[in-house]
Structures are given as C-alpha cells and as structure tokens.
Design a protein around this ligand. Structure first.
Ligand SMILES: [Zn+2]
Length: 175
C-alpha cells in the first residue's frame, strides 16, 4: 500500500468529521440568530399586551402605548418598558411562557434583579396562586433546544399578535 493509500481514507474521514462539525455549528448559529429575532418579537408582544392605554409622549409629541410595571406599578411608555421574567429566563422551560413574562420598568428588571417579591404578589392577583405555583414547579424542567422551524413559526405568531394589540390601542405596531 502506498503512502497516500494509507493516509488517504484517514484524511478523508477526518475532513468529513470536521465538515459535519461545521455543518452542525452553522445550524446552531442559524437557530441562535433566529432566537434573537424571536425574543425581540416575543418581548414586543408581552409589552404591547401589558399596555392598557395610549398617550401623547411629551418628549416627542407621538401618540404612544403605555403600561404599568408589574412590580412597582409605575406607568411607562412602551419604548421604556422591558419584558421581565418572573422565573429567570435561563430556565428554558418557561422562557416563552406568556404567564411568566410581564412588562417591567428598567429599575425593577435590572437594578432590582426582577423585583421578584413584588412581581410574585402582582402575578398572584393576575393569574392566581395555582398558576404561579405551576410556573415555579415546572421551571427546572429540562427542555430541548427548539429547531429553527419552530423558532420561525413562533416569531411569526407573536408578530401577528403584536399587530392585533397595536390595533386595540390605535397605534402603529413597533418595527
Ligand atoms: Zn418597576
């Protein structure tokens, strides 16, 4: 057997492995990018859902949706609200659970790290103790990563629902 004959298949095998690895990495990159878009659309939906009125923003004279922070009750314009999790989002099982997400002000969401005690009180009033407990009990479930098709489907779904919420408030949907 020649030198090339011996190493040829080994090289090929090695290259194929590398190619498969790259293919897999590309798929994951695609899914990760798609999930960034999904999160943006989901966050827009949650904040729009929690806006109960539209007001003229004195800063720019635009007619804008506004809603209350679930934890402290302060009234904020849509643009200043954040989508805050009750059970932290690293727990994938409840990351996109609509019950587990609410409009929050930046102070509660980031500076107070979710302002969880107040969040919980408000959430119990909103959806009831049983549902809150259900979120708390399921949050550690291990959930498989979503595939790109599922992510894209959810993205389109939440875009539609955001448009419906914008119509309810009589404002343009966010970009
Ligand atoms: Zn707040």
């Amino acid at each position: 057997m020649s030198y090339y004959g011996e190493t040829g298949p080994v090289l090929k095998k090695g290259l194929k492995k590398k190619a498969d690895k790259n293919k897999k990495a590309m798929g994951e990159v695609k899914a990760d990018k798609a999930e960034v878009t999904l999160w943006r659309r989901f966050s827009q939906y949650i904040r729009m859902r929690d806006c109960k009125i539209a007001l003229t923003n004195p800063d720019n004279e635009n007619y804008e949706p506004a809603g209350m922070c679930i934890s402290c009750g302060s009234l904020k314009f849509f643009r200043d609200l954040e989508c805050g999790h009750f059970v932290r989002r690293r727990w994938k099982a409840v990351k996109y659970d609509e019950r587990n997400n609410s409009a929050q002000c930046n102070h509660c969401n980031e500076k107070l790290n979710g302002n969880e005690a107040e969040y919980r009180k408000a959430l119990v009033l909103k959806i009831g103790e049983d549902q809150v407990k259900e979120i708390e009990d399921t949050h550690r479930d291990v959930t498989k990563k979503m595939d790109t098709a599922t992510i894209k489907g959810l993205t389109a779904y939440y875009r539609e629902r955001t448009i419906e919420e914008a119509e309810r408030l009589g404002v343009e949907p966010p970009k």
